[in-house]
Design a binder for this molecule. Structure first.
Ligand SMILES: Cc1ncc(COP(=O)(O)O)c(C=O)c1O
Length: 415
C-alpha cells in the first residue's frame, strides 16, 4: 500500500536523494561546506523577485531574527503577528527581546485579518509580520496601508509561499524585508535553508556577514535526510519498515529535528545564528527548476478537492486572491468532525496533515512561553480545532487524490 500523506515526505525526490548521496563521495567532500552555490542561489532570487539584495541563512527563522534586528526591533518593542503561526516566528521575536502580539485570522483564508489590526497597535508597536499562510497570499495591500498610516515596518514571512503572487506581484516584494524557507516541508527544500530579501541597503548592510556554518555532524544529518526519507516513503507500509526507519532515524538523531524542545519553550536562540552550507544551497538549486511544476500540481489538486468536497460541514479553504496566484503549500479543510474523519482515513493508509493544530504550532510549543493568551484569537483557535490538510504534493497522483475524495464522500454517508 502506498503512503498517501499530506505531511510526510512532501518534497522528497530521487534527484535530491542522489545529489545528497553524491556528497558522501570523497571527491565531493570539498563542496560540502563552501563553494559558489550560496552566491548563485542569492543571485537567482534577486533576479526572480527583482529585488536588490538577497542573503541566505541556515533557516528562515534565522533570517527573520537577523532581519528584525536589522530594522531596529529591540527590547520592549511590540511586533504584531497572526495567531495562527509557527513557534519559530514567535521565537525570532522573543530572541530580539521584543513582544509578539497576536492578531486573529480571517476564517476565509486563514491569514491575518486586517480589520483586527488597528486595535492592537500601541505606542510600542514597531512592526507587523505578514505571513502568507499555507501559500495563500494575505491581503497585503490593506495591511501595508495600515502599517504606513501608523509608521510601522512591514515584514513578509513567505516561508509557505515561494512562487505565489498577490494581484500580479510576487509575495516577498511588498515588505521592508521578506523571508523564505527551504525547510523540508516547504515549497522547495534543501532540508534546511532560509533567505532574506530586501530593497533596503540599510537593512542589508546591517545583516551579519560572517556567521558560522552549522557543525559538520549537523550538515551530515541534513544530507542523510533525503536518502532516509526516500527509503522510508517507499517502504512505509511494507512490514512497517519505512515507518520504523524514520522513527529510528529521529531517535538516533541521524536526521535533523524541525523544532527542538528548547525552541518549543522559546528558550533556544542558538539555531538562529548559522549560515547556509554550500551543499544545501546546491540541493536547493537542483530543485528550483521544478518550482512551477510543484506549485501547479499543488494548485490542481487543491482546486479538485475544493470542487469535489466543499459542503456545509466541510470547508476547503480558498481565498479572495486570484486562484492561479495561490500555491497551496497545504490544502486545508476545516471540519468539526475532524477526529472521526482522521480515524476513518487512517484505516485506509491515508494520513492528513496537521498544520496548524494549535494557535502557535506545533502542539508541543508552549503557548505561555510564546506569550499567547488563550481566548484572545477565537478564529485561530477554531481553525486549530478543525484543521486537516489534504494531500496535494508532487508525490500524490491524481488517482491518489481521487481515492481520498471517494473515501471522504463514503465517510460523509456514514455520518
Ligand atoms: C510561517 C513560518 N515562518 C517561518 C518558519 C521557519 O522556517 P525555517 O524552518 O526555515 O526556519 C516556519 C517553519 O515552519 C513557518 O511555518
Amino acid at each position: 500500500m502506498k503512503l498517501i500523506s499530506a505531511s510526510f515526505f512532501t518534497t522528497i525526490s530521487g534527484r535530491q536523494a542522489r545529489a545528497a548521496l553524491g556528497f558522501m563521495l570523497p571527491w565531493n567532500w570539498g563542496k560540502i561546506k563552501r563553494g559558489a552555490a550560496v552566491a548563485e542561489l542569492e543571485n537567482f532570487f534577486k533576479k526572480m523577485l527583482g529585488v536588490k539584495y538577497a542573503q541566505t541563512f541556515y533557516n528562515a527563522r534565522g533570517a527573520l531574527y537577523h532581519g528584525l534586528k536589522a530594522i531596529g526591533i529591540t527590547s520592549d518593542d511590540e511586533v504584531i503577528i497572526q495567531a495562527y503561526t509557527c513557534v519559530s516566528v514567535a521565537n525570532a521575536i522573543i530572541a530580539v527581546k521584543a513582544k509578539p502580539v497576536y492578531a486573529d485570522i480571517s476564517l476565509t483564508d486563514l491569514n491575518l485579518d486586517p480589520s483586527k489590526l488597528e486595535s492592537l497597535i500601541t505606542s510600542k508597536t514597531k512592526a507587523i509580520i505578514v505571513q502568507h499562510n499555507f501559500g495563500l497570499p494575505a491581503d497585503i495591500r490593506a495591511i501595508k496601508a495600515i502599517a504606513d498610516q501608523h509608521g510601522l515596518k512591514l515584514v513578509e514571512d513567505c516561508a509557505h509561499s515561494l512562487g505565489a503572487k498577490y494581484q500580479g506581484q510576487p509575495v516577498g516584494t511588498f515588505g521592508e524585508f521578506s523571508v523564505f524557507s527551504f525547510g523540508r516541508d516547504k515549497v522547495i527544500s534543501g532540508v534546511n535553508g532560509g533567505l532574506l530579501v530586501t530593497n533596503s541597503p540599510e537593512v542589508f548592510n546591517k545583516l551579519p556577514k560572517g556567521l558560522p556554518l552549522p557543525k559538520f555532524w549537523v550538515i551530515l544529518q541534513n544530507l542523510r535526510y533525503p536518502i532516509i526519507a526516500l527509503k522510508s516513503f517507499h517502504t512505509y507500509y511494507f512490514l512497517s519498515l519505512g515507518k520504523a526507519l524514520i522513527a529510528l532515524s529521529k531517535k538516533l538523531k541521524l536526521i535533523p529535528e524541525i523544532t527542538s524542545s528548547a525552541e518549543n519553550q522559546c528558550l533556544d536562540a542558538s539555531i538562529l545564528n548559522y549560515n547556509l552550507p554550500n551543499c544545501l544551497a546546491l540541493l536547493i538549486l537542483k530543485e528550483l527548476p521544478e518550482l512551477e511544476k510543484v506549485n501547479a500540481h499543488r494548485q490542481k489538486l487543491a482546486l479538485l478537492y475544493q470542487q469535489k468536497l466543499n459542503s456545509d460541514g466541510f470547508k476547503v479553504i480558498q481565498s479572495n486572491n486570484n486562484v492561479n496566484e495561490n500555491i497551496y503549500l497545504r490544502c486545508v479543510a476545516l471540519t468539526a468532525n475532524k477526529k472521526s474523519l482522521d480515524d476513518f482515513l487512517k484505516k485506509h493508509g491515508i494520513i492528513f496533515g496537521n498544520w496548524y493544530d494549535q494557535t502557535v504550532a506545533p502542539k508541543k510549543a508552549s503557548l505561555s512561553a510564546c506569550q499567547y493568551v488563550n481566548g484572545s484569537c477565537p478564529n485561530s483557535e477554531l481553525a486549530a480545532d478543525q484543521t486537516l490538510n489534504l494531500p496535494n504534493h508532487l508525490n500524490i497522483t491524481l488517482a491518489d487524490a481521487a481515492k481520498v475524495i471517494k473515501l471522504i464522500q463514503q465517510w460523509r454517508k456514514l455520518q
